[in-house]
Every structure is written in structure tokens, then in C-alpha cells.
Design a protein around this ligand. Structure first.
Ligand SMILES: Cc1ncc(COP(=O)(O)O)c(C=O)c1O
Length: 499
């Protein structure tokens, strides 16, 4: 494509400017704002060209986040892209749509609100912000109670599984709450409710259960947690509540396991977060947090401002944000309805089964994810003495697939898995093609002439030099453990990339 600029005089320098090359002859601005302007077409071309090197979102199987919406909704998004959500007086309809979304989600999660009663909740940028808000509400409620009882209130803690998403670690660090994690073990990769309840004490502001563990998609047993915690509260006189992090499972369970009690049907569940941009089927970033009742959200956390028109209550970490995602969420709710969401999720489940079946057929993998859970397949290599899941992940990139490999947190670090998230836009034919590519990668890596893949060999060499070990002959199992340990060090920071 030839860039034709809007500069009036078609001087030679503009006439011969193809692919914005005239502007990228000097380095692309990276540190300082450029002194001079450039034509809009050139700016577009420069940026568009660089962006071509990003991965293809539709093939990004690392993420739960929505990558496809209907064109009608894309139109709505574009039309509202310039509306600041916080200007509630100026955009009252947008505010009304967010309130309707909160009501619908609260009803979906069985909040004890009447059919035409308003529920308590707020739209956020995602589940992370929602979790910060829910966590703050628990912390403040606990502090108020402790103050009233004349007891110390400076050492709050929260109990979770070691499988929590990084946003819980952020909450703990940013808002000075100790994170007490229940360790996992080989073959059991979610929070054990028995151990969680053993860990609570008078300073526990809440126990957070996950509906759809990020790592394996498995639903934690919130019902058992509720039972055990109720008993503990009765015995001790404490009043420890439950938060459910339903970031991905909140828009899965209601449609495919409606009889599973994980939500406000359980009395100790006081708040729930869900990501609208995951199985809520909206582009990033929208999330939601809903509270069981008004008294579960301390009034002093809500700010009231009036300089934009009327009195506006706000309880979010950021002030301004776009309206588009809220509008898109409302579109999905009324466009799909319960029936539509059910069909989409059932389809995802079916494609998950196809993928799982194909992987099992190779005889080469252990499936780590469970049948009841978020539609994803997490799987490990039965034999990783020759190459690892990290090698596989890298090789699958060749076909365009982005499939993360990672190790499970403590105490199951020795398990390394690949995870494929099945979203609405991951069709049956893509699932079949992926299986085919995985078989191809297996075949190619099996036929490698060396004992281990190059990557594993490099890792081993580095292991030996970094640890100053003498080269001693190790068993295949020991070798694999070392390689996994090394990979863990390499990818530790990357766990945050799994979302
Ligand atoms: C269980 C869980 N909680 C919280 C989050 C954070 O969600 P968000 O990306 O919407 O902030 C994720 C992201 O994957 C998640 O899986």
C-alpha cells in the first residue's frame, strides 16, 4: 500500500514515501516525544506495522479474555468509546445500564433480593479491581468490629489456596493484609476446605474460594467450606465470611451446573466477583463485584461527589473509565439471555471434551483439569525425560498457537502443565486442528536424535554451572526434576501472565 499523505503540496519527499518509510528512516520514537508532527496516515502505518508482530488474539489460548463479539456490539462499543463512565449525570442511561447488569448478575448468583429490588454491586475494570474492593470491604468490616470490641485490629489476614491468581497477592501487599495460603499437593490442585478452616483465626477477614482455578479450571468446594466455617464460627464465636472469586466460573456454573451451590445460596458467602471480559463474553476490561446485602459493604467506603451534577456514589479504585464495556455487557445479557449463554457455554464444554479426547488418544498426556469446571484442558506429559511441556509450548508457536506452560504452585511445583482455554470463538475445527498439530509436534520431538531437546539440554548445562555441581550421572527422574526446577525459576515471574 502506498501512503498518500494529506499534505497539500505533493513534494517529492511525500510522493515517494511508501509504507511510511520516510518517517521510519530515523528510529521510531521510544523515549522522548518527537519534536515534529507526522501525517496521520504515517502514524497509523508505523503503529499498525509494529502491531502486526503481536500474536493473533483468536489463537491466544492462554487467556480467558474474550476475543470475538458480534459486529452489532462492536458498533455499540465504537459509538460509546468517547463516553466517560463516571459522568453519571451526563450519561444517565449508561449508569442505568450498569445498574441493570448488577441486578442481573446478583439474581444469577441468587442474592437475596426481590424481583424488582436493586442489588448492591459495581462494574469494575476486571476481577482484580473487583477483588480489591471486596477485600477492602471485608477488611473495614473486620476492623470496625474489632475496634468496637476494643481488640487489636492491625494484623488482618486472609486465607486462600496457593493456587490463587496473582491479584490476591496484590491485594494482600497493597492493602497490608497477610495472605495465608493453603498448600497444594500432587494430584490436588485447589484449596482444601478442611485445611483452610484449620488456618483461620480471629484476625481472618475472610476465606476466599475460587470458582474456576486459574491453573486447572477446577471449582473449589464452596459448599463444604461454608459448612466447616459455619461450625468453626459457632465454636469460636468468630464471624468469618467467604468471598467467592468467580472470575471465570461465575458465567459458567449457572448455565451448566445450576444445582451446584457455590454462591449466595450459601449463607457465609458475602461477596462474589466475576470477570465480564471472560465468560461474560465482553472484550477486556470489565468486571463485577456484587455483595449479598447493603450491610456487607461499609458505607464509609463509598464516596459521594456532586461536582458533575447530582450526588453520585462511587466505590471504585479509578475515577474515569470507558463506558463501552458496560454497554457491551448489557448487550450480551439481553441479546443472549440465559438460553444464549447456556448454549455458548455448553458448546465450549463440548469442544473441551473433543480436545481432551484427542489428547488422551495420543496416550502421552495426563489430564490435570476436571470435567466439572471452567472449559479448559490442563495436561502434563506422562514422560518428560526427553522434552518438557515448555518445549512443546515453544514448538506449538510455530503454528501460531499460544499455549502457556507453567508449574503448579507449592507444594506441587514438580508438576508442569500446558493449558488450553476454550473460549466461544475456539471452534470444533480449531480444536481438531490443534490436536493434529500437537501430534505433529510430539512426532517431531520424539524423532530428535539427541537424548534431550536442545532447550532441555541448555537448561541442564545452565543448572550445572549455576549450581556449581560436579557433573554426576543422574537418573532420568532426577534430571527431569532439575529441569522442571530450573524452568520454574525461569517462568516464576510469568505466572502473572496466565489470566
Ligand atoms: C480466578 C481468577 N481471579 C482473578 C483473576 C483476575 O481477573 P482480571 O484479569 O479480570 O482482573 C483471574 C484472571 O484470570 C482469575 O483466573
Amino acid at each position: 500500500m502506498v501512503i498518500t499523505t494529506t499534505i497539500a503540496a505533493d513534494s517529492d519527499e511525500f510522493l515517494y514515501c511508501t509504507f511510511a518509510s520516510r518517517y521510519v528512516r530515523s528510529p521510531v520514537p521510544r523515549f522522548k516525544m518527537p519534536e515534529k508532527s507526522m501525517p496521520k496516515e504515517a502514524a497509523y502505518q508505523v503503529i499498525n506495522d509494529e502491531l502486526m508482530l503481536d500474536g493473533n488474539p483468536r489463537l491466544n489460548l492462554a487467556s480467558f479474555v474474550t476475543t470475538w463479539m458480534e459486529p452489532e456490539c462492536n458498533d455499540l462499543i465504537l459509538a460509546s468509546i468517547n463516553k466517560n463512565y463516571v459522568d453519571m449525570d451526563e450519561y444517565p442511561v449508561t449508569t442505568e445500564l450498569q445498574n441493570r447488569c448488577v441486578n442481573m448478575i446478583a439474581h444469577l448468583f441468587h442474592a437475596p433480593v426481590g424481583d424488582d429490588e436493586t442489588a448492591v454491586g459495581v462494574g469494575t475494570v476486571g476481577s482484580s479491581e473487583a477483588i480489591m474492593l471486596a477485600g477492602l470491604a471485608f477488611k473495614r468490616k473486620w476492623q470496625n468490629k474489632r475496634k468496637a470490641e476494643g481488640k487489636p485490629y492491625d494484623k488482618p489476614n486472609i486465607v486462600t489456596g496457593a493456587n490463587v491468581q496473582v491479584c490476591w497477592e496484590k491485594f494482600a501487599r497493597y492493602f497490608e493484609v497477610e495472605l495465608k495460603e493453603v498448600k497444594l499437593k500432587e494430584g490436588y490442585y485447589v484449596m482444601d476446605p478442611v485445611k483452610a478452616v484449620e488456618m483461620v483465626d480471629e484476625n481472618t477477614i475472610c476465606v476466599a474460594a475460587i470458582l474456576g482455578s486459574t491453573l486447572t479450571g477446577e471449582f473449589e468446594d464452596v459448599k463444604l467450606l461454608n459448612e466447616l466455617l459455619t461450625k468453626k464460627n459457632e465454636e469460636t464465636g468468630w464471624d468469618i465470611p467467604i468471598h467467592v472469586d468467580a472470575a471465570s466460573g461465575g458465567f459458567v456454573a449457572p448455565f451448566v451446573c445450576p444445582d451446584l451451590p457455590w454462591d449466595f445460596r450459601l449463607p457465609l458467602v458475602k461477596s462474589i466477583n466475576v470477570s465480564g471480559h471472560k465468560y461474560g463474553l465482553v472484550y477486556p476490561g470489565v468486571g463485577w463485584v456484587v455483595w449479598r446485602a447493603k450491610e456487607d459493604l461499609p458505607e464509609e467506603l463509598i464516596f459521594h461527589i456532586n461536582y458533575l451534577g447530582s450526588d453520585q456514589p462511587t466505590f471504585t479504585l479509578n475515577f474515569s473509565k470507558g463506558s463501552s464495556q458496560i454497554i457491551a455487557q448489557y448487550y450480551q445479557f439481553i441479546r443472549l439471555g440465559f438460553e444464549g449463554y447456556k448454549k455458548v457455554i455448553e458448546n465450549c464444554m463440548e469442544n473441551t471434551r473433543v480436545l481432551k479426547g484427542g489428547l488422551e488418544k495420543t496416550g502421552r498426556f495426563d489430564i490435570v483439569s476436571k470435567d466439572v469446571g471452567v472449559p479448559l484442558v490442563a495436561f502434563s506429559l506422562k514422560d518428560s525425560s526427553k522434552y518438557s511441556v515448555f518445549d512443546m509450548s515453544e514448538n506449538l508457536r510455530r503454528f501460531g498457537w499460544i499455549i502457556p506452560a507453567y508449574t503448579i504452585p507449592a507444594d506441587a511445583e514438580q508438576i508442569a502443565v500446558l493449558r488450553v482455554v476454550v473460549r466461544e470463538d475456539f471452534s470444533r475445527s480449531l480444536a481438531e486442528r490443534l490436536i493434529w498439530h500437537i501430534e505433529q509436534v510430539l512426532e517431531e520431538m520424539d524423532s530428535l536424535p539427541i537424548q534431550m531437546s536442545t532447550k532441555a539440554a541448555t537448561v541442564k548445562k545452565q543448572l550445572e554451572s549455576t549450581e556449581g555441581q560436579k557433573v554426576v550421572k543422574k537418573s532420568e527422574k532426577e534430571m527431569q526434576e532439575e529441569i522442571t526446577r530450573y524452568w520454574r525459576r525461569l517462568v516464576d515471574g510469568k505466572r502473572i501472565g496466565v489470566c
